[in-house]
Design a binder for this molecule. Structure first.
Ligand code: FAD
Length: 455
């Protein structure tokens, strides 16, 4: 331990090495509940690539595990510390190094907060689309680590589609450059994509080249109220099959709506069974919303209310962004699932989740990036009640089994971390696991990077 701190200090400024247990403990875990975490030996907060290289060389020399962290808003325990590890927080590497409107790219350090980047590129008439609901806190490094999605993915796609190139410090301290700054490029294996969603298990991202889009017009939203989740899911399928291209298509079930009202007095319809929020950022959003509203009505919507202006639209989005925090207040604890199914199976997924809630006698609220088929069933339970806690865990697992049975995936955007590692093998199968372990071995032969995650 003494050796480790001494050697880290040899290449880092004093304030970048924290050993006070009161502080290091606070870096122990991300925002996922019920994931084991350990006590880090030290937290390091580098500001430069060279400092990250020094940390990794030290870790390799002394064979100490390293857990990279962004803002720790993750929901799968992927950033949780292990006992005696080095927590490598990238939050101080937070500079936007370049915004290039001609090539439509931004070059950033990993600790840049998503919303900060969005606002900076917005000032130049550009847009960085991936927008997790946690965008005011989460970092680009964390977004790359988890391959995060967000509210606008139904039209613009997920983080993976915007990462063109990376600089990565490998386990032994070498610097790897992947990808490109060009609009096209197919030289060699796509290592850039490999790092997206790798949960800090292959290397430390220290720079990212991100693709930008021209900023679209401001979006206008509507809310449609449904008498059942099934009718809302039918509307989603009809919208997508009908060739509509909403910039947002989100679902909140009745439990979620009531939780949001309770938390923030949003004035959403209390008695609804499901709300769809849809938006367009097109040149005639009012006309597009009117067409989409007709589809909702045909699917059984009892009310379709378009927002009057962008301020009202933003309020609707705000209600959706509050869904997870609001459901967290329903009981003393929650487990947040992230199962993504083909859109055509969304109705079956929601019906199945309702059956699971009834079977285990639990409240399970569902919000969903409905246009992506990505559901977030949130299991609410009393952590002080051992039997309810057991039922919560079992229902959480049944939800994943249901998702796989419907042709889906155990995680659409939150990642595997420690929360779902027992399930990854079921999804990948033995050949998939063997090859993925092989890839890990190539990048991290000593198994020092974020051990205990994924597999
Ligand atoms: C209220 C709320 C709403 C959310 N909404 C969404 C949503 O809509 N969509 C969504 O996808 N997620 C959502 N999340 C989850 C979370 O915000 C995302 O997973 C986010 O990408 C995590 O970013 P972070 O900076 O907090 O990373 P962390 O949680 O700190 O880390 C996440 C992973 O990335 C790795 N990592 C971090 N930085 C680096 C780096 N520089 N190099 C290598 N590995 C690194 C970590 O080791 C870890 O495995 C939400 C979370 C909350 C609390």
């Amino acid at each position: 331990m003494g050796d480790l701190i001494e050697q880290l200090r040899a290449g880092l400024p004093g304030e970048a090495v924290i050993t006070d247990p009161d502080v290091t403990t606070s870096y122990g875990h991300d925002m996922a509940g019920f994931c084991p975490s350990g006590a880090p030996a030290v937290v390091v907060l580098p500001r430069t690539v060279e400092q990250v290289q020094h940390i990794m060389r030290t870790a390799t020399a002394l064979q100490v595990p390293v857990v990279p962290q962004g803002a720790r808003t993750g929901l799968s325990g992927a950033a949780n510390a292990s006992d005696g590890c080095i927590v490598l927080s990238l939050t101080r590497m937070d500079r936007i190094l370049e915004i290039d409107p001609v090539n439509r790219i931004a070059v950033v350090e990993p600790g840049v907060v998503n919303a900060v980047l969005s606002r900076a590129v917005g000032e130049l008439g550009l847009c960085y689309p991936p927008d997790p609901s946690s965008w005011e806190q989460c970092t680009i490094g964390g977004n790359i680590g988890t391959g995060s999605g967000g509210l606008c993915c139904v039209k613009y796609g997920v983080t993976a589609e915007y990462v063109l190139g990376l600089e990565v410090v490998l386990a032994d301290g070498r610097l790897l450059k992947t990808g490109r700054r060009t609009a096209k490029g197919v030289a060699g294996y796509d290592l850039t994509r490999l790092f997206v969603g790798s949960e800090g298990s292959l290397g430390i991202v220290v720079r990212a080249v991100l693709a930008l889009k021209p900023a679209p017009p401001e979006q206008l939203a509507l809310v449609a109220e449904f008498p059942s989740a099934a009718a809302a899911c039918e509307a989603v399928c009809a919208i997508m099959a009908g060739g509509h291209a909403p910039s947002l298509l989100e679902l909140m079930d009745g439990t979620t709506v009531r939780a949001v009202n309770k938390m923030a007095r949003m004035g959403l319809p209390e008695s609804t069974e499901a709300l769809l929020l849809a938006a367009f950022d097109s040149h005639d959003p009012a006309a597009d919303l009117a067409a989409l509203g007709k589809v909702c009505t045909a699917a059984g919507a009892t009310q379709v209310v378009p927002a009057e202006d962008t301020a009202e639209s933003e309020l609707l989005l705000q209600a959706r962004r509050l869904a997870l925090p609001a459901l967290e207040l329903v009981s003393t604890a929650t487990m947040i699932d992230d199962v993504c199914v083909p859109r055509s199976a969304l109705g079956a997924m929601l019906e199945g989740v309702a059956a699971i809630a009834a079977k285990f006698d639990l409240t399970i609220g569902v919000c969903a990036h409905a246009g992506d088929g990505n559901t977030h069933p949130v299991v609410c339970f009393d952590v002080g009640d051992p039997d309810e806690s057991r039922r919560a865990r079992e229902s959480f697992d049944e939800i994943m089994a249901l998702g796989l049975a419907l042709g889906g995936t155990i995680t659409g955007e939150h990642g595997v971390g420690v929360l779902k590692k027992e399930w990854l093998a079921r999804e990948l199968g033995p050949v998939g696991v063997e090859l993925q372990r092989g890839v890990k071995q190539v990048f991290d032969p000593l198994g020092l990077l974020n051990p205990g995650k994924l597999f």
